[in-house]
Design a protein around this ligand. Sequence first.
Ligand code: ADP
Length: 300
Amino acid sequence: MASGGDGDGDPIRHWILGDGGATKITRITPVGGGCINAANRYDTDAGSFFVKTNRGIDSSMFEAEAAGLDAMYRTNTVRVPKPLKAGSLPRGGSFIIMEYIEFGGSTLHGQRELGRMLGKMHKAGISDRGFGFEMDNTIGSTPQPNPWTPDWITFFRDHRIGHQLELLLTNYSDQQIYEKGKKLLEKIPYLLRDLKDVQPCLLHGDLWSGNMAYDKDGKPVILDPACYYGHNEAEFGMSWCASFNSSFYDAYFKEMPKQKGFEDRLHLYKLYHYLNHYNLFGSSYRTQCISIISRYNNQL
Ligand code: ADP
């Protein structure tokens, strides 16, 4: 369905035909590939827009996605779609409208460029309010709390690992992992002891291959974030689903020098995402969670 008019009570059409500067929507085409939401490309006489909708969730999820995209966009580093509007649908649910990006250009040095630009984003996006974000958001569809917290260790312990453990207890009554996890929480200050003067850097927060692409000029683009300000290394918590190569890491560490103990901490940062996968997708992720927790618990 495609038309002109003033939006006919549909807030998406209303925005596109108002602030979006279009007088006519010429075509609406479904876009596949997402994990959670329905997505469509809207072609208009003012260009194309990318629109996601979710019939079952209020506008807070897309408002948080828009805030994350906006924070990354303002660093003027790695390309992200410019967020344009998020809001509620009249019969329940919510939407987000953003810049449409044409993907699929060829790239010779894509990973290197992504590493370089990600490093630049981490350097440019520094918070003066500590660790957290301006609002809570979601990681996948799991709620992700982001209260401003002055120090990283407390933030990561309580609002990342501790939060996921509480969810596991609620979702699966997994007392065993909860108890082992509680022991790990006590050790987190020791495990992060090498960190001195951690800067709260703007993180994409869910950087895996499904959330990275290359635009038609071959420039890297990152999408669908779960942004917060955190220790830059936590960005690699999803690296087990990202296939980063050595060109990526070399370029990244040129911008953000590798800190002592990086490899030792990496599994701890991965644990947050393994726990989240357990919460989201079930007990096939339990073994990885237990193995990381035990590995750290056995260290002392
Ligand atoms: P979900 O929130 O459901 O996980 P995504 O944000 O991953 O959805 O988007 C689904 C797919 O739509 C992506 O895999 C990508 O191919 C495409 N896409 C995402 N953002 C844009 C955009 N701004 N412009 C064009 N296509 C996009």
